[in-house]
Design a binder for this molecule. Sequence first.
Ligand code: FEO
Ligand code: CA
Ligand code: CA
Ligand code: CA
Length: 655
Amino acid sequence: MTKTDLTIPASAPACLSIDELSFDEIDEIANPRPEETDFDRIVEQAISRRGFLSGVLVMGSAAALSATTALTPGAAAAADRFGFDAVAANTRDGITLPTGFKWDMVISWGDPIFPGAPEFDGATRGTGASQATSFGDNIDGMALFSDGQRDLLVCNNEYTNRKIIWGNRAEGAWETDDDVEKGMMAHGVSVVEVAKTDGRWLPVQDSRMNRRITPQTPMDITGPARGHDMLKTSADPAAEAALGTWNNCGNGRTPWGTYLACEENFNGYFSSSVENAQDTPEFKRYGVRDNDWGYGWRQIDARFDISKEPNEPNRAGYVVEIDPFDPNSKPRKLTALGRFKHENAEMVINSDGKVVVYMGDDERGEFLYRFVSDGVYTAGGDNAGLLEDGTLYAAKFDNDGTGTWMELSEAATGMTKAEICIYTRMAGSKVGATTMDRPEWVASNPVKAELYCALTNNKNRGIKTNAGGDATPAEGPNPRVANNFGQVVRWWPANADHTADQFRWDLYVMAGNPTTTADDLKGKEEGDPSFPQDDGSANINAGNMFNSPDGLAFSENGLLFIQTDGNYSNKGQFVGMGNNQMLVGDPATGEIRRFLVGPNECEVTGSAWSSDNRTLFVGIQHPGERGNSHWPGGGDSVPRSAVIAITREDGGVIG
Ligand code: FEO
Ligand code: CA
Ligand code: CA
Ligand code: CA
């Protein structure tokens, strides 16, 4: 085996380096979707898109009513709930916050979290051993847990960027087994006690609560797929004990004090020592193939070789439950919550005590899911098994502003309960769920039964099917052909009952660019489907425009914080949008204000409030992913993903 057979996808154009591609582009090249050539349908969809933007699209009367008020800033005579003045878009290699706010560094990739662990070394960027005792890379979902005595910050460390973690190597690629090990140990979850010292949140380096959970940490497999043949491997013939978690994107938390880490692009770590081992419908649907995305894990661990362990990929793509207050606890893979490219897991306790978890599958044309537990939550009781037994549903949106949760039952899918939990995407296809524009985070409004999901973008909308061959018509909550900007859909469960199968929906915002000119569009007309562009919904203006909403979180007072993971070129369709950012939306009025702008080439993702709501922790992921940032160290330092703590200078509540 050579190094190169693990790196550049075979189908990538020869002129492209893998490092010039985004995470999504790599997946797209690796897993090209079937082409559709129905030109007439595309034109028809483009026309209906214009209809939507001029307010003509027919929606259900209730949804249409709320859409009108929601998408018109200032329509309601509400007082200013924001408590800050918007910041301008910019391309500064730093953090921009509104006047009256400040930020402090909490912890960065490579910071030691155990006594005696070495400080981060920018020249080598560490070793396998140093990384295993240090904070992981590329922070994504996070939560802060407080037991009244200590605060534990739990963070996902989603992935690594080759040219950053192996930037000490001439080609920005791994050269030794220890390089691969370093990359592997930078993945997973970090648990770190944090405490305020002289008013500043800092890690407690010698806390016995600190923990690294990595791709090698033993975990229990729970739920319907536990023990199933499709999960059996040579190391675990009982299919009961998985090893590790990786590519943890968004997160969730439970009222019984556990953390939920959501496995997203798990496929990119598998490869094969023989050709065409990936040639099955299941591998194709989940994007598992002969080549990995450059991580090289097969080099040091044979279970990542799908020709040797074809069931190992079936043991990833789940939600993992972690008890942060017991550093010796075994994390649990929750197969009952389904297997797909999980974004986050937004949990709600329904009025009847059932636990409901809303989850997006972040891939073009994949689905939005709901889990409803069999059991009920009891405060202070034993709730440990609630996420082991329940029912999965996938969302079907109708164009009239209503929708239905389609049960993924054995009868409807022709699959067993375990098969539904392992090949959940196939089950969603069988019930005719709506193909979505890449569902990212779901957030639940704490003051009413109302959910929001960021649909980040989908350049294939109306152009290609999903990997299962399901059509992607431009309609419903995904109304734009070749959608480069994204939107946020929201819905209201019937009778405020999260277990009800019916809901109403509308679009809270459609991102867009109201300022582009013919020059920005390279001579094409606005609305030309071959270069689709539009202004977005009425609550988007020159002062708050953005693209690719991703992270969503509500403050306790019901303001919606929106984080972006989009195109930061500041050119063409994206001119004037600057770097990735965080905005705040008022659900009642639809108004959106920009709150934070991140450093160059970062994504802003993951957030958590302190228990007094006076500190907002935010994750800055992959600054300088294309080589153009030195944040946070400045000078010619290595860019490092980090968690920052934002406070008001007057000490007030944020959000
Ligand atoms: Fe890791 Fe869908 O973002
Ligand atoms: Ca995300
Ligand atoms: Ca994203
Ligand atoms: Ca990212």
